[in-house]
Design a protein around this ligand. Structure first.
Ligand code: APR
Length: 241
């Protein structure tokens, strides 16, 4: 398996994931068949203006997504990526996902570029909190100042958390291999991170059932769902349990 050979011979391999890695955990993707943006308009639900206009509508949508995330379990792809890190074959996971499933699967060096749907923050003071269940009141209010709470995720038009973005660029600068799993690669600046690895001569494995931004650029193009790729990869690397 060429992917196994690339991983074994790499000095510093990183993984870059999108919503597709969580699809087999039952969490819908945004684009492609069945994607959320086929049914909802991002400008109505995932922008600061949408929240300003109708915080209740936005919170109803996020509550529905929080419930799904809390009911979801890491799938074989999340677990395989954690096992590759444990074996020293993967050094970091850079994810666009907000579902926390990489950490729940055991990944340690996880960079969450778009925040976490299980974290809320106050729109007025510095209050932040982790959610154990979806919020009771819609929209939830800050217990410190009574201000509106919002999901601690990056909305369209907002800047990414600078610390996380810097860490991601640093990981890409060190990487000689990037394994891209389950992303359409259309949302910047995140989508340029895997390209940085190619720009300094690194290699790329692209795991996606549909063509995406990286198709044609990758050394290995695995046109399949994530679990179908990782099962034989783990076996070949002697990491299948
Ligand atoms: N395994 C692997 N990939 C899959 C699977 C699967 N089982 N099912 C679907 N996919 C692929 C789809 O073909 C699609 O190309 O996952 C990709 C998901 O792409 P998007 O839905 O665009 O998700 P993503 O690339 O993560 O979106 C980036 O956009 O809406 C914003 O902030 C949101 O972080 C998100 C960003």
């Amino acid at each position: 398996m060429e992917a196994a050979r690339l991983l074994r011979s790499s000095r510093y391999a990183i993984v870059f994931t999108g919503a597709g890695v969580s699809a087999e955990s039952g969490i819908p993707t945004f684009r492609g068949s069945g994607g959320l943006w086929r049914r909802y308009r991002p400008e109505d639900l995932a922008t600061p203006e949408a929240f300003q206009r109708d915080p209740e509508l936005v919170w109803k949508w996020y509550s529905w997504r929080i419930r799904m995330v809390l009911e979801a379990e890491p799938n074989l792809a999340h677990k395989a990526i954690a096992r590759l890190e444990e074996a020293g074959l993967v050094k970091a996971v850079i994810t666009q996902n907000v579902d926390g499933l990489h950490r729940r699967a055991g990944s340690r060096n996880v960079i969450e570029l778009h925040g976490s749907i299980l974290r809320v923050r106050c729109t007025r003071c510095s209050y932040r909190s982790i959610l154990a269940r979806e919020p009771g009141d819609i929209p939830p209010r800050c217990p410190m100042c009574g201000g509106l709470l919002r999901p601690d995720v990056v909305w369209f038009g907002e800047t990414l958390p600078l610390g996380e973005l810097e860490k991601a660029w640093n990981e890409a600068a060190k990487a000689d291999l990037v394994m891209v799993v389950g992303t359409s690669g259309v949302v910047e600046p995140a989508a340029s991170i895997p390209l940085a690895v190619l720009s300094h001569g690194g290699s790329m494995i692209n795991v996606n059932p549909e063509p995406n931004r990286y198709t044609g650029l990758a050394d290995v193009e695995a046109r399949m769902v994530a679990t179908r790729f990782f099962r034989p990869l783990l076996r070949e690397l002697g990491l299948a349990r």
